[in-house]
Design a protein. Structure first.
Length: 156
């Protein structure tokens, strides 16, 4: 477990000490998808979902999720987030969600971006589950990370 930073020498989970790390500008973008039936997409596009404006509510939920990440993931550091953007776009088989989170600090914001995407996706699911029980949340991953010692990483 020597390579896993969230475990000490005895294998116990702990919060990583980032006090010695440089303060740098950091950004992370995550992306995911909610796959659904064409009829469900039409309901959302036409504003016929009984719970309201699905994309607007999901966007706000994603932003809130990013801000609450350290409350949800036990070993995440509370961060001063300087920007969160969440976009939801229609794709052939559903809705694609992308979240970008920025901070200036000693640790990255990948978990915040991933949380934003997942919470937005769960909100889409919740708002239309009455009409489509077969939806799937898929392909959630970090597509960009920049800042800190490891520098810039982009998914293919």
């Amino acid at each position: 477990m020597a390579n896993l930073t969230h475990f000490d020498d005895q294998g116990a989970a702990h919060m990583v000490d980032v006090s010695g790390k440089a303060v740098t500008a950091r950004i992370a973008t995550a992306r995911g998808r909610v796959v659904m039936a064409p009829e469900t997409i039409a309901i959302i596009e036409q504003g016929r979902a009984k719970k309201g404006d699905v994309l607007s509510v999901a966007r706000l939920a994603g932003i809130m999720g990013a801000k609450k990440t350290p409350d949800l993931i036990p070993l995440c550091h509370p961060l001063t987030i300087t920007k969160v953007s969440v976009t939801l776009n229609y794709v052939d088989n559903g809705i694609e969600i992308e979240a970008t989170v920025k901070t200036t600090g000693q640790t990255g914001v990948e978990m915040e971006a991933l949380t934003a995407v997942n919470i937005a996706a769960l909100t889409v699911y919740d708002m239309v589950k009455a009409v489509d029980k077969t939806m799937q949340i898929t392909d959630v991953r970090v597509i960009l990370k920049d800042g800190g010692k490891s520098g810039r990483l982009e998914a293919e």
